[in-house]
Design a protein around this ligand. Structure first.
Ligand SMILES: [Zn+2]
Length: 458
């Protein structure tokens, strides 16, 4: 392990001490060779149940699988490899893994990235077991996060389940991951910029207080981690180590806060929306990070419009609010309009929207607070944000999607997505702020008008 990797591991070690579940994160070239000692330190001599799919097993390679196999006691458990090359985070796959784990004391070692980690995370939890993950790409921040994003009854939802006890990221394996996967991880990481802005907003309005420990884990070194998008694109070792550190720290922050808030805001709601609409690009579900990258552009573009407002643009007059603020019944029929074709999904969206719905009187109070604090808040937000053009350039340099058509989303769908993304989750974000302030129509119009970010084209 070189000194750069060593320093990174020291920072990770310090962060892991404060984590709930994760006891060990090891990052570096060739660390798979030491998998046995890490496994035994955490799980003793329990048997190992390797779980992978055809792609991730191939990415890790036979030598790595052999190392992992020999990590615990040899109980004759053969690796379980899903044969579907397009494996999805579907509940049926969780149940399949549960069957493997329920009648023995084996510890699952997931080999893979987002999907595989989430499947094994939930299955292990359902069997009351801890688990370990061997990362094959720097593609998501979910490795160390609490919770798994799984599709059940055609609706993508977050199941609460503990993070892995051990995360091992061998850079020799991650370096060879498809470039688009690491680019997606970069987009998922730079998304913490608008996500952080959403938390600043929620905190300032008394909706959701910032947890400073979790905030520092994500935001403290974020600019450094995302500083070299071209390096990620070229697969440069140092850039990938930084990227992986950022993704793991973001997961640890979610673990600490027991919520995805430190790493997810409106930009993730766009991504979840498209998942729930079963959106595909070239017949496949686009990688999580690519969708989140486009969601981040959507969020940053809207921030640009919001930040043009002055304190006097916020008005808490009850009659004025009544002129634009929809009643709950109106919100309900809007949800049924958008999502009514799928009864289960419509129910989920209704429940999420209901939780954050506020009355005209409550809204008046919130707007008073926004107006009074806006000058200061605006400076904080400007300081946090990158600017939509800079963000787009970074995504492009990293090789991630940088325009909706890159993932088969056209401009009318993008426009519709703003309102739909707002409805699907109870979390307070810029989408709520703009809608509640009565500036929805003019802000959206400015984005999609001829001179707007989306209107003027790529
Ligand atoms: Zn994400």
């Amino acid at each position: 392990m070189n000194s750069f990797e060593k320093e990174t591991n020291e920072r990770l070690e310090a962060a892991v001490i404060k984590a709930d579940t994760t006891k060990k994160v090891v990052l570096g070239a060739g660390v798979i060779d030491s998998v046995k000692s890490h496994f035994e330190q955490c799980f003793g001599s329990k048997p190992v149940q390797i779980i992978a799919d055809v792609n991730t097993a191939k990415a890790a390679g036979p030598a790595a699988i052999q190392h992992i196999k020999s990590a615990g006691s040899n109980d004759g458990l053969e690796p379980f490899i899903f044969s579907d090359p397009y494996l999805h985070a579907d509940y049926e796959n969780v149940e399949q893994i549960e069957k493997l784990l329920s009648n023995n004391d084996a510890i699952a070692v997931a080999i893979g990235s987002g999907t595989m980690n989430d499947l094994v995370k939930l299955a292990s939890h359902n069997c009351n077991k801890e688990y370990m993950v061997v990362a094959t790409a720097a593609s998501v921040d979910g490795y160390t996060a609490y919770g798994a994003s799984i599709n059940r009854n055609n609706f993508k939802q977050t199941f609460f389940c503990p993070a892995p006890v051990v995360v091992l990221g061998d850079l020799d394996i991650i370096d060879k991951a498809p470039k688009l996967m690491n680019a997606a991880g970069y987009a998922d990481l730079i998304a913490k910029v608008p996500a952080g802005a959403d938390w600043i907003l929620a905190d300032a309005l008394g909706v959701e207080e910032i947890d400073h420990g979790a905030w520092d884990l994500v935001q403290g070194s974020l600019r450094k981690w995302v500083g070299d998008p071209a390096g990620v694109q070229k697969g440069e070792h140092k850039s990938l180590v930084r990227l992986m550190e950022g993704l793991i720290m973001s997961g640890l922050a979610m673990q600490k806060a027991n919520s995805s808030r430190p790493a997810s805001g409106a930009e993730h709601q766009f991504s979840h929306l498209w998942d729930n609409l079963n959106h595909t690009h070239n017949g496949q579900t686009p990688l999580h990070g690519l969708k989140v990258g486009i969601g981040s552009l959507a969020s940053e573009a809207l921030y640009k419009a919001l930040l043009e407002l002055e304190p006097e643009d916020f008005c808490s007059d009850i009659e004025k609010i009544k002129s634009y603020w929809p009643s709950w019944q109106e919100t309900e029929s809007l949800i049924n309009n958008y999502f009514g074709d799928d009864v289960i999904m419509a129910q989920q969206v209704l429940a999420q929207s209901r939780e954050k719905y506020i009355t005209v009187e409550q809204l008046a109070q919130r707007l008073d607070r926004l107006k009074a604090g806006w000058s200061k808040l605006k400076l904080r937000l400007k300081d946090q944000l990158l600017g939509v053009e800079n963000l787009q350039m970074a995504l492009r340099h990293a090789g991630a999607a940088s325009w909706p058509s890159d993932i088969s989303i056209d401009i009318p769908m993008m426009r519709r997505s703003y309102r739909q993304a707002h409805l699907i989750r109870k979390r307070y974000t810029i989408l709520d702020c703009v809608l509640q302030s009565g500036h929805w129509d003019n802000c959206i119009e400015s984005l999609f008008g001829l001179d707007g970010f989306w209107g003027k084209g790529r």
